[in-house]
Design a binder for this molecule. Structure first.
Ligand code: ZN
Length: 138
């Protein structure tokens, strides 16, 4: 394993062991649930807006890629406006579909997932679920 791969492993493990923003909101303004039958991953995303800034929570069970991706996602979108979060979702999707623009920060630890098409669904599930939650908002 290269040192870069080892670093990615550490980041993934860290998010898997101590997921950020894990739990539920008392009265979520937006929510959605996602399921990936390929792997059995389940994710629920809840959002509130405070002064138009996102307060995210997630819960889920599934593989480490999916849960780490969900944890990183909530870190990425916390404090963003809805339209900014939609841009992040588009960036993530572009990257997983082979786009040139690299992921930054902890998300870069998901770069290796692109080599495993089956796992791409795992990494994207939290993001498609987030999109559903945002789209459901009127
Ligand atoms: Zn999975």
């Amino acid at each position: 394993m290269s040192s870069l791969e080892a670093l990615y492993q550490d980041i993934l493990l860290d998010h898997h062991r101590s997921p950020r923003n894990f739990g539920e909101l008392e009265a979520p303004q937006m929510k959605a649930e996602g399921f990936n039958p390929m792997c059995g991953d389940r994710v629920s995303v809840q959002l509130n807006l405070e002064n138009e800034k996102i307060v995210p929570r997630f819960k889920g069970e599934g593989c480490s890629i999916c849960l780490a991706s969900a944890s990183m996602m909530t870190e990425e979108i916390e404090g963003l406006r809805c339209e900014e979060a939609l841009e992040k979702i588009a960036e993530m999707r572009d990257f997983m579909q082979g786009g040139e623009k690299n992921l930054e920060g902890d998300l870069s630890a998901l770069s290796g997932v692109r080599r495993f098409p089956v796992r791409i669904k795992c990494a994207l599930l939290p993001w498609t679920t987030l999109k559903e939650a945002l789209d459901a908002k009127v």
